[in-house]
Ligand binder design. Structure first.
Ligand code: ZN
Ligand code: ZN
Ligand code: ZN
Length: 533
């Protein structure tokens, strides 16, 4: 009788073989792509070492994803398989033959040991024979009599007849149409089939021995991978949530806002208001709670009606403060004897600023992540990284949109601290950092570009496409002492350009690759050789 339920090892092997096959197929596919990339013209200048690194990274990521996913589903899938087979086995083992009387002579028929299990519905078919007249009949356990269902010719639609011939180990099924000339011969060579099955089994054993350790994760490694896999899933979802939440006009305005200190504010107001007839701005002691509230008074030198005076002042304030984090409410302005008093309100908190710039309080769409999962992985390094990436992406998107009106770029002015200039490598705050999509330049470097001391210089170039080196690069990377660099410049071996700051001091020396080809070739050949290997 057919055995459905097998040893547990059988299921484990089957699952692991599946994993191995998936991994091998994936690796083959990646290898094919890799081969194509290596001969593609777009990658002509890409160093071989970089290609090796990239394809290694990509393969690693793919393998991580597959093996982690396979590990995650291993136990449950195997359990499902076992349960399925056990159901079948139990059904077959425990089915009781029904009572059947011979349709010819009415005698109680006897079921032999041969029984088969059929799908949909799952039921057992028994073989009965009549002890009196030898009539044979197939009857299902539920009493339904098995009826022969003929097959029909695919060419003419008439009935097919199959003839079975057994010659030793060979069984030949010959199917012929009762009407047309259709004929099909199916030969089953049991010895050959058995040999094929053995060969397949042998191959499976070889695959398992060779690859199981590599592609089928141990429990320890598997748990680590699954953990990371889940963190990545949560990271992706949070990333998308942040993008959806942050990419809006209010955020865009917030990124342009000038966060002014009280001193800056006073200077700004004095400048704008004096020109319009208001004078003697006096600022009182601030009241600092959630917001900073600063009382002020000012005198109007123009003779006008009190309401006119308030409206004029409010319009001026509104305009001057538009792109700052300060506001003054009209209904808080009051006029008495030529004095106007009021309050300036400073916003610091990002949420408050967003509201100030008109972010609508929209209902947050329901999160795709299970709250428990979110809580578990919220602080995972990977999720933190995904958040940072999302914020960076939104900022870049919004900044890129600004390029439409400011095609050359702009100073960040975002209150950010400690940005690194990609040319001189000095650190500067947002107000001194010029943004362009390829990277950050400090105010001094940007001025040097504007003056033509150095060209724009592509900042996001790959290492091997770099357009320039600084003195620091040459001393550090190629181990040439700074004094030697200066000497080489004097001798004309090296061609450098001095970047000067507003005070006229040289703060950085830049060497264009284009102008120093000979030097780089001679001095750095050895270094490059080392990098390549
Ligand atoms: Zn009978
Ligand atoms: Zn036919
Ligand atoms: Zn710089």
């Amino acid at each position: 009788m057919f055995q459905y339920l097998k040893e547990h090892q059988y299921y484990e092997d089957r699952y692991d073989l599946n994993t191995i096959e998936q991994c091998l197929n994936q690796l083959k596919m990646l290898d094919d792509i890799d081969k194509k990339i290596r001969v593609a013209p777009e990658f002509k200048n890409y160093p071989k070492s970089e290609l090796d690194k990239d394809s290694g990274l990509i393969a690693g990521r793919f393998m991580f994803a597959i093996t982690a996913q396979r590990y995650k589903e291993r136990v449950s899938t195997i359990a499902e398989w076992v349960a399925e087979d056990k159901t079948k086995q139990d059904k077959l083992d425990n089915a009781i033959p029904p009572k059947v009387n011979c349709p010819k002579c009415g005698t109680l028929m006897i079921a032999d040991d041969f029984k088969t299990l059929e799908d949909e519905p799952l039921r057992v078919l028994f073989n009965f024979s009549c002890p009196k007249c030898n009539k044979r009949e197939g009857v299902y356990e539920d009493g339904e009599v098995w009826v022969y269902e003929p097959s029909y010719c695919s060419k003419c639609g008439k009935e097919l007849k199959t003839d079975i011939k057994i010659k030793g180990d060979i069984t030949i099924f010959t199917t012929k149409c009762t009407s047309c000339k259709y004929k099909n011969v199916d030969v089953h060579d049991h010895i050959k089939d058995e040999a094929k099955r053995k060969a397949r089994e042998q191959k499976d054993v070889e695959l398992l021995t060779k690859y199981r350790d590599r592609f089928c994760l141990s429990e320890k490694q598997g748990e680590e991978y699954v953990d990371l896999l889940q963190a990545i899933e949560v990271g992706f979802a949070i990333h998308d949530e942040i993008i959806a939440e942050m990419d809006n006009p209010a955020q865009e305005k917030l990124m342009k806002v000038k966060k002014l200190s009280i001193t800056d504010l006073e200077a700004l107001l004095n400048k704008t208001l004096t020109d319009s007839g208001f004078t003697r701005l006096s600022i009182g002691a601030p009241d600092i709670s959630r917001h900073v509230l600063v009382p002020f008074t000012i005198q109007d030198t123009v003779k006008r009606h009190d309401l006119e005076s308030i409206t004029a002042l409010h319009d001026l304030l509104k305009n001057a403060l538009k792109e700052t984090n300060w506001r003054a409410k009209k209904d808080e302005l009051s006029y008495r004897l030529g004095f106007i008093s009021g309050r300036l309100k400073g916003y610091e908190n990002e949420e408050d600023l967003l509201k100030l710039f008109g972010r609508e309080e929209t209902k947050k769409p329901k999160s795709k992540i299970d709250p428990e999962l979110r809580a578990k992985y919220e602080n995972h390094n990977y999720v933190q990284l995904a958040k940072m990436n999302a914020e960076y992406e939104v900022k870049t998107k919004i900044r890129t949109r600004r390029l439409k009106n400011e095609p050359e770029g702009f100073f960040l002015n975002d209150g950010g601290r400690g940005y690194t200039c990609a040319i001189c490598r000095d650190h500067h705050d947002g107000e001194d950092i010029w943004w362009r999509p390829d990277g950050l330049r400090c105010r001094d470097c940007w001025n040097n570009i504007k003056k033509g001391v150095i060209p724009m210089l592509k900042l996001d170039a790959h290492d091997w496409e770099k357009e320039f080196l600084t003195k620091f690069d040459i001393t550090y990377k190629y181990k040439i002492h700074p004094s030697i660099v200066s000497k080489l410049r004097r001798q004309g071996e090296l061609v450098g350009r001095d970047l000067k700051n507003a005070e006229g001091q040289t703060y950085c020396e830049v060497f264009l690759v284009e102008e120093n080809k000979k030097f780089l070739k001679e001095y750095c050949e050895k270094e490059k050789q080392n990098v390549k290997n």
